[in-house]
Design a protein around this ligand. Structure first.
Ligand SMILES: Cc1cc2nc3c(=O)[nH]c(=O)nc-3n(C[C@H](O)[C@H](O)[C@H](O)COP(=O)(O)OP(=O)(O)OC[C@H]3O[C@@H](n4cnc5c(N)ncnc54)[C@H](O)[C@@H]3O)c2cc1C
Length: 279
């Protein structure tokens, strides 16, 4: 925010438009208030929190200590999603931070020495724009026959709703592992975790250990180097090391990451650099 403050000329309607109110946008909004900037913080959804708002019910978030403008040091360690959202809502009421909900950024055009930000609600002339839109994007699909079935979803909301069912979780990141763990902890839920690579390499150690523990207890079946081939009403076909296995299935939860609105961002002049193996 120091950089944005330095750029401000005072001649624009706004110093900065902050797009998105997940943890990053919220923190930026507080910093903008602290620096007494003219700003608008917009969020397309009906709540703050971004990805955290969409975590499964009662999920434990692992957090590092942070410094929030106007609030000071925040040190939670492991905290339940609901408590974190409540804390942020408290911060908003205490500080009077204004968030414009249901407002979606649709375009950003360079204009003079600033930008014109277009949303579904109006247009704003601003010196700077801060994109805090996260990396969730649109959930990545599997592109297999049967994916259009209503039993296929792209995030886990409430593990309890799957009690007693046969559930397939697809993916190998923390969100996939956490979904599989939460489901395997439900009474009599049969959980299979399918991942296309041969190891969970970029996940939190704690999640990996919990998955291994549940596997050892026989409460979770892990299929590495596997790919979903088709989804049927009561079964799924998964190819594992060249062999297709047919599994009983009531629900599929795909946690395969998201696709960013790259074309929209490129149109605005944002440049992308792909770094294979380093991201
Ligand atoms: C299942 C899961 C578990 C996780 N667990 C942990 C954990 O335990 N610990 C941890 O540190 N991290 C965890 N993460 C990652 C963490 O949630 C993210 O790193 C964090 O939320 C990123 O914050 P952000 O503000 O950058 O983006 P986001 O939280 O994604 O927020 C972006 C916001 O921008 C809004 N937005 C997007 N486009 C527009 C637009 N055009 N106009 C207006 N608004 C827009 C979105 O609606 C959203 O509210 C987890 C993620 C997932 C998915």
């Amino acid at each position: 925010m120091d950089f944005i403050k330095k750029r401000s000329t005072g001649k624009h309607e706004l110093d900065v438009v902050i797009v998105g109110c997940g943890p990053a946008g919220l923190s930026a909004g507080l910093a903008a208030m602290h620096h007494k900037l003219k700003f608008r913080l917009i969020e397309q959804e009906d709540s703050l929190g971004g990805s955290v708002y969409h975590y499964p019910r009662q999920k434990i978030a692992m957090t590092a200590p942070m410094e929030l403008a106007l609030v000071g040091k925040v040190r939670f360690g492991e905290v339940q999603k609901e408590a974190l959202l409540e804390f942020w809502q408290g911060v908003v009421s205490q500080t009077g931070l204004r968030i414009s909900f249901h407002e979606r950024m649709e375009a950003i055009e360079p204009q003079g020495d600033g930008f014109l930000v277009k949303t579904n609600r109006g247009s704003y002339k601003t010196r700077s724009v801060l994109l805090s839109i996260g990396r969730r994007g649109t959930p990545r699909k599997l592109g297999v026959p049967g994916e259009e079935r209503t039993k296929v979803v792209y995030r886990l909301i409430d593990p309890a709703q799957y009690a007693g069912q046969s559930v397939l979780v697809v993916g190998g990141g923390d969100s996939a592992l956490e979904a599989a763990i939460a489901l395997a902890e439900q009474p009599s839920t049969e959980v299979v975790l399918s991942y296309r690579s041969d190891a969970f390499s970029r996940v939190k150690a704690k999640n990996r250990q919990r998955v291994e523990g549940l596997q050892a207890e026989g409460r979770l079946r892990v299929l590495l180097s596997s790919q979903v081939r088709s989804i049927h009403e009561k079964t799924v076909d998964i190819e594992e090391r060249g062999q297709v296995v047919h599994l009983r299935n009531d629900a599929v939860i795909v946690c395969a990451g998201g696709e960013l609105p790259t074309p929209l961002l490129q149109k605005m002049g944002v440049q992308f650099e792909t770094k294979h193996g380093t991201a």
